[in-house]
Ligand binder design. Structure first.
Ligand code: DX5
Ligand code: ZN
Length: 214
């Protein structure tokens, strides 16, 4: 299992220290949550902060944009050093155009679905995607409770990927704990995002290692 610690739950007074911790860990990605206060009821941080993290991050940046019309920011996200640009299906009127533009900018394209959005909505684009991110909480805040019906949704996404011949990876975001990670893995996830579980742990490097064994 690839683990993507979410720096939304890091100590912002020690963001450099927490990024270095992720560098030293078994994490495969650093997950970066951008919120605009419109698409989600919260505001997190923007490009100057991502750039600062990118300067010292040794793991690829997985930038999750919880913002309306993310197409407007493709070049800024690329210039921040993102490897993966994650946009919400619900926030893109012309999703195919946005996915093509993300790839043309030199990034891997990922599409995120809110808990209430069915996986079937991606059938006609999934072959073009590097990754699909299923939200296992309603986006906007760290530390929420995992929505259990996500497990069935992971299995449905796995079937859709097989049926369409897509090579998209499956990432799950929200409420991941050491307790539920094995079920998420068994359902077919490739990547788990973990914010609160990692950054509230007294031994975050060990917690990341345990999550990676799920
Ligand atoms: C939620 C964000 C998540 C969040 C996960 O809106 O997209 O990435 O940081 O945090 P935890 O793991 O604490 O639920
Ligand atoms: Zn996220």
């Amino acid at each position: 299992m690839i683990v993507a610690p979410s720096i939304l739950s890091a100590d912002f007074n020690n963001l450099g220290r927490d990024t270095m911790m992720v560098n030293e860990s078994a994490a495969g990605l650093i997950h970066v949550d951008v919120m605009d206060g419109v698409f989600v009821p919260n505001i997190s941080f923007g490009f100057p902060v991502i750039k600062a993290v990118s300067k010292i991050a040794a793991k690829p940046l997985d930038v999750h944009l919880m913002i309306v019309d993310p197409h407007r920011y493709i070049s800024q996200v690329r210039d921040c050093g993102a490897e993966i640009m994650n946009v919400h299906q619900e926030a893109c009127t012309h999703l195919h155009r946005t996915v093509e533009a993300i790839k043309a900018a030199g990034m891997k394209a990922a599409v995120t679905l809110n808990p209430a959005t069915p996986v079937e909505t991606l059938r006609d684009i999934i072959a073009d995607l590097h990754m699909v991110l299923l939200m296992s909480v309603d986006p906007g805040f760290g530390g929420q409770k995992f929505i259990t019906s996500t497990l069935g949704k992971i299995e449905r996404l796995r079937r859709l990927i097989a049926e369409t011949g897509s090579s998209a990876l499956i990432e799950i975001d929200g409420g991941i704990t050491l307790e539920n990670a094995p079920a998420v893995s068994a359902a077919g996830a490739d990547i788990i995002v973990a914010g609160n579980t990692v950054f509230s742990s007294p031994e975050p490097i060990e917690t990341i290692r345990l999550l990676s064994e799920a």
